[in-house]
Design a protein around this ligand. Structure first.
Ligand code: HEC
Length: 122
C-alpha cells in the first residue's frame, strides 16, 4: 500500500464520528453539556440556559477552537463554571473512581466536535 494511503486511512480512523457525538451530547450521565447549554437559541425545556447555545458557539469557533474550549475552558476564562473535560489539573474532591482520569477521552472530544460542526451549518 502506498504510504500516503496508509496515512489517510490512519487519520480517518481517528476522525470524529457525528452520530457518536450526537449520542454523547444527549447523554446526561456522560457529557453533562445540556445541563448548562441549550443546543440552539430557541432552547428546550430539558436543556440548560446558563451557558451560550452550542449551535452559536459552533458557528463562531473552528473545530480546533471548539476542541480546546471543551478540553479546558479555564484557559479562556479562569473563573468559568464549565468542567474541564480533558484535564484533571487543580480539581478537588474528585470521586475516587475518577481520580486522575479526565471526564472524556480524546476520541469522545473529536466525536463531540464533529457533531457540533453539523449544528453550525445553516
Ligand atoms: C456546569 C455548566 C457547563 C457544562 C456542564 C458545560 N458547559 Fe460549556 N460552558 C459553560 C459556560 C458558563 C460557558 C460560557 C463561557 C464561560 O463562562 O466559561 C461555556 C462555554 C462553552 C463553549 C464556548 C462557547 C462560546 O461561545 O465561546 C463551548 C464550545 C462549550 N461550552 C461546550 C460545552 C460542551 C461540548 C460541553 C459538554 C461536553 C459543555 N460545554 C459542558 C458551562 C458549561
Amino acid at each position: 500500500m502506498r504510504a500516503w494511503l496508509a496515512l489517510l486511512l490512519a487519520a480517518g480512523a481517528q476522525a470524529g464520528d457525528v452520530e457518536r457525538g450526537r449520542a454523547l451530547l444527549a447523554d446526561r450521565t456522560q457529557s453533562l453539556c445540556l445541563l448548562c447549554h441549550a443546543l440552539t437559541a430557541t432552547g428546550d425545556a430539558n436543556q440548560g440556559n446558563l451557558a451560550p447555545p452550542l449551535a452559536a458557539a459552533a458557528a463562531r469557533w473552528s473545530p480546533p477552537e471548539l476542541r480546546e474550549r471543551i478540553a479546558d475552558m479555564r484557559r479562556f476564562n479562569p473563573a468559568t463554571v464549565m468542567p474541564p473535560f480533558r484535564s484533571t489539573d487543580g480539581l478537588r474532591d474528585v470521586a475516587p473512581a475518577w481520580a486522575g482520569r479526565a471526564a472524556l477521552t480524546e476520541q469522545q472530544l473529536d466525536d463531540l466536535v464533529a457533531y457540533l460542526g453539523t449544528l453550525a451549518r445553516p
